[in-house]
Design a protein around this ligand. Structure first.
Ligand SMILES: C[S@@+](CC[C@H](N)C(=O)[O-])C[C@H]1O[C@@H](n2cnc3c(N)ncnc32)[C@H](O)[C@@H]1O
Length: 273
């Protein structure tokens, strides 16, 4: 039993050490205490969603895209799923060595309802290794357009919830840059992305706006909030989408209008399908 008040009695000390939340001698230091706070902060958003899907599905599936070391999946399993008889976490990751490590750790901890697939998010959409329907999709700092692929995955798999913390996305900024001089003739709004730094920042912001509209057009209710406690990272926008089967009427129209007024029509197929 641990005497560290921040650590809950059911938590695996071995896991916390593996995730470098506890030091090798089982202690929290200033850095790891902050890390643990961040993990709990994210957990508090996902735990109610898991509780909800557990009530509706016999064996719910959460798919975590761009899983990396899979710390999100491990924490969710350790704090929540471990206590349940059903519920599965599947991590999708392109770096084979991380997939192997996660598999080995899950086996060592006896976390039998965790799987890790060495796949890109894009390939995860069509693989037969994943079920036709999943309940929750997460993508935490999945690089560049992997968040967009995760959204497409969630739409194809009819996910009840998507929890996204986007990474920087370069694709939209690239198109803004490519058409910059033409855009100046089209709209004074082009001033917003005139300077290279602004091109990058605005590109990143407008990407998330387009993602939200895309989700709303497909019947999701979207909440955008800040992942507080992640001050070290600029990328702390948390998008939570819940399927409501009630597409916002003008979402698709707005998407079309924004793509056209910002000269982003090249990206139509990314956001509208
Ligand atoms: C910044 S890390 C985030 C890892 C983890 N989600 C976290 O928050 O700690 C991004 C991870 O996504 C993986 N990745 C990038 N693009 C991917 C893709 N298209 N499909 C699957 N994984 C991808 C990278 O290999 C990397 O491990």
């Amino acid at each position: 039993m641990t005497l560290i008040p921040e650590i809950k009695p059911q938590q695996s000390i071995e896991l916390l050490k593996e995730l470098h939340i506890l030091t090798r001698d089982g202690k929290l230091n200033q850095d790891t205490r902050r890390k643990l706070k961040q993990v709990y902060h994210l957990y508090q958003f996902i735990e109610p969603l898991l509780t909800e899907v557990m009530q509706e599905q016999a064996d719910p599936v959460l798919v975590d895209h761009g899983a990396g070391k899979s710390y999100l999946g491990f924490i969710l399993y350790d704090l929540f799923l471990k206590q349940q008889a059903t519920g599965r976490v599947m991590g999708i990751e392109t770096r084979g060595e991380l997939v192997e490590k996660s598999r080995a750790l899950a086996q060592r901890l006896g976390f039998g309802r965790m799987d890790f697939l060495h796949l890109s998010v894009e390939d995860a959409i069509t693989t037969e290794q994943l079920p036709a329907q999943v309940d929750i999709v997460t993508a935490l700092h999945a690089c560049n357009t992997a968040t967009d692929d995760a959204i497409r995955f969630g739409l194809e798999k009819r996910a009840q919830f998507m929890v996204l913390v986007p990474c920087c996305q370069a694709e939209v900024a690239e198109v803004l840059r490519k058409h910059k001089s033409e855009s100046f003739g089209l709209t004074p709004l082009a001033e917003i992305w005139r300077h290279p730094l602004h091109t990058r920042e605005f590109g990143s912001q407008i990407t998330n706006v387009l993602r939200c509209l895309q989700l709303e057009a497909h019947g999701y209710q979207v909440t955008v909030t800040e992942l507080v406690g992640w001050e070290h990272s600029m990328k702390n926008e948390l998008i939570i989408a819940r399927y409501k089967n009630s597409p916002r009427r003008n979402a698709q129209e707005r998407l079309e209008q924004i793509l056209s007024s910002l000269n982003l029509a090249d990206l139509r197929s990314r956001f509208i399908y």
